[in-house]
Each structure stands twice: as C-alpha cells, then as structure tokens.
Design a protein around this ligand. Sequence first.
Ligand code: GLC
Length: 413
Amino acid sequence: MKKVVVLFAILTMVLSAFSITITMTAGAVGRELEVLNEQVEMFMKENPDITVNVLPMPNSSTDRHDLYVTYLASGTPDPDVLMLDVIWPAEFSPFLVDLTDDYDYFGLDGFFPGTVASNTVDGSLVAVPWFTDAGILYYRKDLLEKYGYDVPETWDELYTIAKDISQKEGIEGFVWQGARYEGLTCDVMEFVHSFGGEIMKDGEVVVDDPEYYDNNVAAITFMDKLIEDGVSPRGVTTYMEEEARRIFQNGDAVFMRNWPYAWSLVNAPESPVAGKVGITVLPKGPEPDGRNSATLGGWNLGINANSSAAEVEASKKLIKFLLSKEQQVYKAVYSGQTPTMIEAYNDPRTIEANPFYADLLDVFLNAEPRPISPIYAEISYEIQVAVHEVLTQQAEPEDALNNLAENLKSIVE
Ligand code: GLC
C-alpha cells in the first residue's frame, strides 16, 4: 500500500513538472462564455498537460480595453491568451508575440483575407482572427406581415414602419447601441456611412470636409430624431448589445440593430419571438449619397509578449485548437459567432444554425472597418462623446460635429 502511495506521489510530481497553466481572457455576451468553457474542457481533455483558466471580461469593449492597458502596461505575464477587438492590434502590437512565422501553423490561408489583414501591423502578424462581426438589422417578420409592410430598405422607411407598428402594438420601434462606449461608435459609423458621410479617411479628419459635412449632420440628426420622436426609447442612450437584445427578444421592439450572435438567442426555444424574426442589411440613407453599410467587428486572439516560452507554446496550441474548423463550427452553432475560416463559414451545420449567412456573405465581406490607428481608442472616445451629447440633448448636431472635427484634428494632426 505504502509503495502505491509513493509511486502515485512520484507520478504526480513528474506530471506536474511537465504540466502548465495558462490564462485566457473571455467575453460573456450571449452564450459566449458558456460555449468557450465547453471548448476549453474539450481542449484540456486532448491536452492533459495544459490547464486553461478562463478569465471573463466586462461586456463593454471599452472597459475591456482599459483593463488590457492596465495588464499590458504593467508588464505582467498574465493573461497569456488575449481576446482582442479588431480595432486594437495597431495599439497593442508592441505587447504581443509576433506570430508571423506561425501563419501556416494556424492555416490562415483558408481564412477570409480581410480578417487576417486586420491583424497585420507593419507587415507582422500580431494576432489571429477568431470570429468576425458585421452590424445587421433584425426585424419582426410577423408584425411587418400583420400590418402589410415590406422589409425597409431605407432609414425613412424603417422610421415610418417602426413608428406605426410600435404605436399600434404598444412596444418600442427600434433598439440599438446608444450608450457612450465602443458600440456607439460602431452604430454611428453605420449611420454616417449609410448617409454618405465620413469621419476619417486615410488617416485624415474629414468630418467637416464639405464633401461629407452635410451628410454627417443629416446622419446624426436622424439618430437624434429617432429618440426625439419616440421611435427609439430614451433609454437607448444607455443600451449596449445585451440591453437591446433583451428588449427585442422579449417581444418589446419591432427592429433591432445588433451583431449576428443575437440570432441563436432570439430563436432559442424559450424565446418569445422564436421563429418570428428576420435578418437583413441595415437600411440606406436618402438619395443621392445613401448606401448600405455595416461596421466590421470581430475578435482576434493574441499572446502576451511577457508570457514564458512554455506558456507561449501552450497558448499557440490552444489558439490553433480554437481556430480549427470543428471548433469554429461549434462556436457558430452554439454561440452564433461568425467563423473567420471560409470552410467553417460554409459548413452545412453553420448554415443550418445561421441560415442568413448564405444571403449575407456580401455584408460580411464588405463590412467597413473603423479608422485604423494606434490611437484609435482616443479617436473613438471623441466620436462617442460628441454623438452622445446630441442624443442626450446637450448639443445640436452641427455644434457637436464642429467640436468633433476640432478635437480629432488636435489628436491626429
Ligand atoms: C462587438 C464587435 C466589436 C465591437 C463591439 C462594440 O463585440 O465584435 O468589434 O467593438 O461589438 O460593442
């Protein structure tokens, strides 16, 4: 008996000498965290020498960003695997392991090229694309049918339908992300682009450029009008993705702007609107410059440059596992997050769970990036402040945009 105990102790010591623990940051929007925990369990079963601790982060991308600044600037070796918003690689690249030589190891040839390009900073691959996002319009098929409306193609049509149905049904018209955080910048870019406006172009501030100014003013005025006229609730100025999703999923709104993850949740068996929802591109602004636009979102995986060589090695294994076709399909099916690998996107299991992928491939391929800059966080902050002031009746659109132009120029130029 004694012998067995001693043998067991020696075995545990030997195993622990070869085993390693790594930490990975995680999002918790919708079913995201639950699904990642399941995936990590699968990974640890296949790799008994690696233990992965999952560290949940706040839902707001802006709050996550600020936490990362704290972690990375202090030079701590944890967390090892970092979930990075698509807008961050330029800023965080100095703190990340260079993955340029691992391009083939991760099989990136089979990925949507735009998602790989957005992780390449000055020719170096600093992170790899995990899932992609594009802003889309969710609508209540049943209610549009009941009141004899077609799916709106322009913002004016959406306004009219939302106002009419919301009044008749006693629910909200249109919910979106109006809190002062990164999600507001995403929505603002969609309104601005779809009205033919532009805030920055090729690194230059063009908010007040005569080519774009009037369209920019029209876009922000329209956002404000949605709230002023009760088409969107006043509370929208405090909503992030999940607040909008809960209202829509509860059956309390006609339209919602959100990312693809909401699809599986609004159609879950316990959802009051399951089977009653359609998805389409976000509407166009008015002629002559109006067009469809979706903001490009998504999250990447990078490795902390302060992690030890062994931790980097284990982190790469975990990332390769999460990026594999089977795991991307798993994520698409169970948390509704869009694959970055083309084969996983087109897999019948993915399409069955997310039938709109088949029609909206163009939306994903043409989604428009936010300004690319190492000081993106500051640029976005200025956009959020300016527009939020308009939405909360503290400024007129013209004044807010003039101030925005001035503030952006002072930080960019
Ligand atoms: C989603 C997008 C991300 C964006 C964020 C804003 O998570 O994938 O790119 O910054 O929403 O709330």
